[in-house]
Design a protein. Sequence first.
Length: 354
Amino acid sequence: MNASRFVRISACVLVALCAGAAAAQDLPDVIILATGGTIAGAQPKEGDPGYKSGSLSVDSLIAAAPGMDKIARITGEQIASIGSQDMNDAVWFKLARRANELLAAPWVDGIVITHGTDTLEETAYFLDLVIKSDKPVVLVGSMRPATSTSPDGPLNLYNGVAVAADPMAKGLGVLVVSNDDLFAAREIQKTNTTDVQTFVSPNRGQLGEAYYGKAWYFWKPTTVHTTASEFSLDGLETLPRVDIVYAHENADGMMVEAAVAAGAKGIVLAGVGDGNATAAMVDALAAAAAKGIVVVRSTRVGSGIVRRNIELNDDKLGFVAALELNPQKARVLLRLALTKTSDAKKIQGYFDRY
Ligand code: DGL
């Protein structure tokens, strides 16, 4: 090779390397916090039925979703390795505190949290209420394990990273990306045991779409979340006990009394219809409310609004109406509300605004 050709090629390589480095420097920084779930699930042996969720590390999840390095500079951290049916206060506190710590760092642009789908809606809403940042926080899961013939996790993760890296996702509260759909934490609900298209937002609809890394946003949440939320974990190690009781034909007050005996500070009714229950169950709930336990009426129906004083006189019974929140979401808000007050009227105020 003659000298001038060598100089030309070297210059080209240098320009390309510098351009690559500059491009890499321009990428947003996204942290992936892994907690387990089916997205990290593996079959013990190929071809065996069943799988164990939370088996794979965050690094394996990142390696399985090629192309993410073109949209963000990614760092992975393992927070837990559990199936989300085992989600608990210890992991919630660790996750929320680490997320808040990272989001406060100027170099961090967004966070993705990998999570099992069973309780994903509860964790998403909990974080929506205790995250103190307007930077994007996006939860992703999957319905099929990583070792399945056609796993849905890698594309969910890819889209989750794209949304977490997107400045347009700022200020929308905690989001969830699943199967190309984008959801607000407060609105998302799991509706199918095994279907890839399991998540819906029955009352307000999905917030947008995330399709091969490009996001569309249809609307903005109007309820209080993240930076405007009054709730904080400062000084707390756990949250007050709140139990959910399920209404059904011929129900007596036994489950309510059991919750009271277990030390519940609040009880959420997964009521029939518009948050209703048998007279015996309502009597037991009224007795609990009279003792200072906060009773919130939600519904097992799956959609709609449980309003105050329609068929039951909440004013007289001392109850709180959950409005749009399903029982599991109402439980999250009630636990946080109980860190502030046990006054049912004030707690109704939280349900009105959050
Ligand atoms: N055990 C469930 C969980 O981790 C599996 C369901 C899933 O992740 O999709 O939530």
